[in-house]
Design a protein around this ligand. Sequence first.
Ligand SMILES: C[S@@+](CC[C@H](N)C(=O)[O-])C[C@H]1O[C@@H](n2cnc3c(N)ncnc32)[C@H](O)[C@@H]1O
Length: 271
Amino acid sequence: MIDPDSFRQFEHSGWQKIPQRYHQAFGELTTQSIEPLLDAAAVKRGTKVIDIATGPGYVAAAATRRGATVIGVDFSTMMIAEAKRRSPDIEFREGDAEQLPLGNDLFEAAVVNFGILHLGRPDQALAEACRVLRPGGRFGFTVWAKPEEAVGFGIVLGAIAKHGNLNVPLPEGPPFFRFSEPDECMRSLLAAGFESPKVVKVAQVWQLPSVDSLFEVMKDSTVRTAGLLRAQKPEMLEQIRLAIRDESKHYQKGDAVGLSMPAILASGTKA
Ligand SMILES: C[S@@+](CC[C@H](N)C(=O)[O-])C[C@H]1O[C@@H](n2cnc3c(N)ncnc32)[C@H](O)[C@@H]1O
């Protein structure tokens, strides 16, 4: 059964430890959907924007480059420190997406890039994003497409299913791919107070340096998938590592491996 508080604690302690490694592993990937996300949220010069679950602050920095006025919020002190180090001129605040430390009707745009799938109470976070927006304000979020399309997840989850155990005891969170389903995005956006919801797919490609990289980054630079890998018995983990390595070879060009990792981009307007 989902226990949102235990799950939040698990996610929080994970993110506190990996800001640098997350940046090295995912910085080139999650930034690929930023421009479509900012377009969906109608961010332009002068727009007041909140970047929720900002992590290293990539979206906040891109919105600032468009001339927007931005606040980035994240619940991890270490992520906020990384964001401030990378963009010292942007305002970053520690705060929970499920209970934003900000008043009502303050922003014209709110964005969450690959954050919603890490929350114990995602519907509450959607409602919070709606609360801090002015009426007519735009909201957009991204998540990974399903593992059949987001190949990196497909390979890793397939290897665990075949050689390990997908049901290891970890604090249970909402389904990781819940919002990969366009209908679920639309339904959830409407329920949170947004109108005219729209969902599109954004092509992204993850370039990894070698056939060993996918296993390493998933084990060392993520939270939930890392927990799943680390909880495997050692002999199973070795089988999983080898299976991921073998599968990665199908996507190899030279030493490098290129994996299709599309994003689902959902957006709506505060009623
Ligand atoms: C996958 S990273 C996304 C970072 C960044 N938005 C990007 O584009 O790469 C997820 C981020 O969500 C943050 N996060 C997870 N749960 C949160 C919560 N309840 N409130 C605020 N931030 C949260 C984590 O600390 C982490 O920085």
